[in-house]
Design a protein around this ligand. Structure first.
Ligand code: G
Ligand code: MN
Length: 240
């Protein structure tokens, strides 16, 4: 089942969206992170059923939030295998129609490392997804050494900077350089910049100073189940 983590607009403090993160509620071990079960699923047909189930749940939850006038978008992570599969676009399109959610309320995240390994084969699908109105995010940016030329070829709407370069960047020069240049590059490319792993007030202040658009991380909220998020959204007051 998905947990959801809020993503906040740094300038105005509003909640812009949430990221759906796969969590497995194990009867004995409690909440299990996807790092422990996604790799086992990745090369098996089961991942399809799993992703499909997750996306059904995500669009269902999104529909409830939109009905309650909580105007957010939801991001979901897509693997290289999934992106390369035939029928993905039809599936996503059909899902949005069935659940009556506009495509522009959904964002799909693809990691930078994954994308750079499959650039030529992915670009067509990504472009068609974008034309359908879906948002696209480059996830965990900063560890894949992609060139500006490669980036500019991808039809992205968001650049998510890896938490490695976010938390602690105020006191570590090397992190700060990567953070700062990633934000600048995102702005030049005309995409929204999102910092992952914002854990402290200090992280937040630096991002505001550097002109980053959005923040996600424990400083704002941890990932939580859909119902808990509904309450959180209703009680949330913008922070500055
Ligand atoms: O790769 P991706 O960015 O999608 O990873 C999200 C993961 O990061 C989730 O499993 C989530 O629990 C974790 N996470 C979310 N916010 C924070 C944070 O502020 N700090 C750290 N260390 N991890 C976080
Ligand atoms: Mn992600």
């Amino acid at each position: 089942m998905p947990y959801y983590q809020p993503k906040i607009d740094i300038r105005h403090g509003e909640v812009k969206g949430v990221e759906a993160l796969a969590r497995w509620l194990h009867p004995e071990h409690g909440v299990i992170s996807p790092a422990f079960f996604i790799p086992q699923l990745e090369n098996q047909p089961l991942i399809d059923t799993f992703t499909e189930y997750l996306l059904h749940k995500v669009t269902h939850d999104l529909k409830q939030w939109l009905k309650a006038e909580l105007t957010i978008s939801v991001s979901a992570n897509l693997s290289a295998a999934r992106l390369g599969q035939k029928g993905l676009l039809e599936f996503l399109d059909g899902l949005c129609l069935a659940q009556e959610v506009p495509t522009d309320r959904l964002v799909f995240e693809v990691t930078e490392t994954m994308l750079m390994g499959h650039l030529a084969s992915s670009i067509g699908t990504l472009t068609r997804m974008r034309l359908k109105g879906f948002g696209l995010a480059m996830d965990d940016y900063g560890i894949g050494y992609s060139s500006i030329q490669q980036l500019s070829r991808c039809p992205f709407t968001e650049l998510k900077i890896d938490r490695e370069f976010v938390h602690g960047a105020a006191s570590q020069v090397s992190k700060r350089i990567i953070l700062e240049s990633s934000i600048q590059m995102g702005r030049r490319l005309g995409v929204l910049t999102v910092a992952e792993g914002v854990e402290t007030h200090e992280d937040w202040l630096l991002l505001a100073e550097l002109g980053c658009d959005m923040a996600q991380g424990y400083y704002i909220a941890k990932p939580m189940p859909a119902q808990e998020l509904t309450g959180w959204l209703q009680h949330y007051r913008p922070r500055r």
